[in-house]
Design a protein around this ligand. Structure first.
Ligand SMILES: Cc1cc2nc3c(=O)[nH]c(=O)nc-3n(C[C@H](O)[C@H](O)[C@H](O)COP(=O)(O)OP(=O)(O)OC[C@H]3O[C@@H](n4cnc5c(N)ncnc54)[C@H](O)[C@@H]3O)c2cc1C
Length: 483
């Protein structure tokens, strides 16, 4: 457990002295923590600059719905500038913070410009960790941004398209194995959604392959999935995944990720799409602060959310290592928003000449969705309960609509979900970007170059001409297997 700095019991609360009439607050990060801080500061006698390297806030809990083509990117993202358009004391800069000169109270932007601050709220979140094997990222993308989501969508949909094409052209296609590495909430959501997509939503759209015959394999290194949830809920999640047809393998770590396959427990598992949901590390800005960080790079903060020796800096959200009753506060949306709000309120206390109060995390519980009518919920408020199945799924949907940023988004998501639920039709099934799928054709025993007669070479609909077999199929086969 990380050592938490002792500004606590007995010592006076931290504060910043000799403030100008309107202190300048720089917020880095327009995620859950940064946005909430900005909104709370919008009504105070301060000038705020919010810097984010993207022009939009992303509602990450619904990213997987973009990845699996239920929602479009614009349904879950909102331009940060428009969120603050009516808040006259907040300006928004689209730039990347590349360094922090904490002793001089400046952040350095990618453009080279430096922003002076009286207060800094650092909320740049976290990113994927491949545990030092960054080369795996190209074969197993993770899910954190809108770009990640559209790339995953591209790969999953493309796998079905390539299989259909190869069936028509050669009469065979690789096993449609979708492998998700990591059995936390994101991995569970992705695995369930791929199973749903192939079984419910694609079954009528292909003439030659049967998407429902694809396999979805969830690999988790620890003994159970959803390890942060109570054991009964993780068992219920495993049961619901099994009902959707997802094969869950626990206690087995992936030792290699290659184009077209992964190695788990010393065995090769062929895959057409591999997704990464196994590791998280903090944004590098935590280390740049020059304060103690934990093993994931989160800045260790005291009970007031300040790193040691810097009462003018608040670290919030996934980037903060804060503890409550000796346990680390989890890196999820609720604490991020509560921390952002608290940091803003403490700046307000300083400005008003009042003492700061300690941060207290109000835990309302956690939910993870698994698929259509399948979810688990560990409720802490307004009452304690463990829910699973339809009830948990409805609660999950209601909460996520409620917390979405922007009225338009709430309406769009509600109608899109209702439409998808009633019609089994998904509107955002677009493949954009490259038509190539990393690892396609590298699966064991696949001989896509060995062209066979198409299943229905005379089909007027397909307009196909019979493809002549290659002159030396044996040679072609060998070179592909060797590659
Ligand atoms: C796929 C997925 C699903 C999730 N589902 C849930 C869920 O169901 N429930 C839940 O409670 N939580 C969920 N989470 C976790 C939750 O989204 C995070 O805990 C939350 O987003 C953390 O908020 P934050 O403000 O700390 O960081 P973020 O929301 O990640 O925001 C960080 C911001 O900082 C910006 N930034 C980063 N580096 C820089 C830089 N150098 N310069 C400028 N800007 C920078 C980024 O562009 C981003 O806008 C999920 C996360 C993911 C990835």
């Amino acid at each position: 457990m990380a050592e938490i700095p002792a500004t606590s019991n007995g010592s006076p609360p931290p504060s910043v002295k000799n403030l100008p009439a309107r202190p300048r607050v720089v917020i880095v990060g327009g995620g859950f923590a940064g946005l909430t801080a900005g909104m709370a500061l919008a009504n105070m006698a301060v000038n705020v600059t919010l810097v984010d390297r993207r022009n939009h806030h992303t509602f990450q809990p619904l990213l997987y719905q973009v990845a699996l083509a239920v929602l479009s990117p614009a349904d879950i993202a909102q331009p940060i500038r428009s969120i603050f358009s009516k808040k006259r004391n907040v300006e928004v800069l689209m730039d990347e913070v590349v360094n922090i000169e904490a002793n001089d109270r400046r952040v350095v932007l990618g453009s080279g410009a430096k922003l002076q601050y009286d207060y800094l709220i650092l909320a740049t979140g976290s990113t994927h960790s491949y545990f030092g094997k960054d080369e795996w990222a190209q074969y197993a993308p993770g899910l954190k941004t809108v770009e990640d989501a559209t790339e995953i969508r591209r790969r999953v949909l493309l796998a079905f398209e390539l299989a259909e094409r190869e069936m028509v052209e050669t009469g065979a296609h690789p096993l449609l194995n979708f492998v998700v590495i990591g059995g936390g909430p994101t991995g569970v959501e992705l695995a369930g959604a791929i199973a749903d997509t192939s079984k419910l939503y694609m079954r009528h759209d292909f003439r030659h392959i049967d998407p429902a015959k694809s396999r979805v394999i969830l690999l988790e290194g620890s003994p159970r999935i959803l390890a942060a949830y109570p054991e009964d809920l993780s068992q219920k999640a495993a049961k619901q995944l099994a009902q959707l047809g997802v094969e869950v393998h626990t206690g087995q770590s992936v030792s290699d990720v290659k184009p077209g396959y992964v190695v788990v427990g010393g065995e090769r598992v062929d895959t057409v799409v591999t997704l990464w949901a196994a590791g998280v590390q903090a944004s590098p800005l935590g280390k740049m602060l020059g304060v103690p960080v934990d093993k994931r790079g989160c800045a260790i903060v005291d009970g007031y959310l300040n790193p040691p020796g810097h009462p003018e800096i608040f670290v919030c959200g996934d980037l903060a290592h804060a503890e409550e009753a000796g346990r680390q506060i989890p890196g999820v949306a609720q604490p991020a928003m509560q921390m952002g709000r608290h940091a803003a309120q403490m700046i307000g206390q300083d400005v008003a000449g009042k003492p700061r109060t300690r941060f207290h995390y109000f835990d309302k519980g956690d939910m993870a969705t698994i698929g259509r009518q399948a979810a688990v919920a560990n409720l802490q408020w307004p009452f304690k309960a463990h829910w699973s199945g339809l009830l948990a799924w409805l609660a999950w949907g209601t909460v996520h609509i409620f917390f979405l940023i922007g009225f338009r988004n709430r309406l769009a998501v509600f109608f899109q979900w209702a439409w998808t639920y009633l019609t089994f039709n998904r509107g955002a099934r677009l493949i954009t970007g490259s038509p190539l799928l990393p690892g396609w054709g590298q699966q064991a025993g696949i001989r896509p170059q060995v062209l066979r007669a198409p299943l229905d070479s005379t089909s007027p609909l397909l307009g196909l001409r019979p493809v002549p077999p290659p002159a030396e199929p044996a040679h072609e086969t060998k070179s592909r297997e060797a590659s």
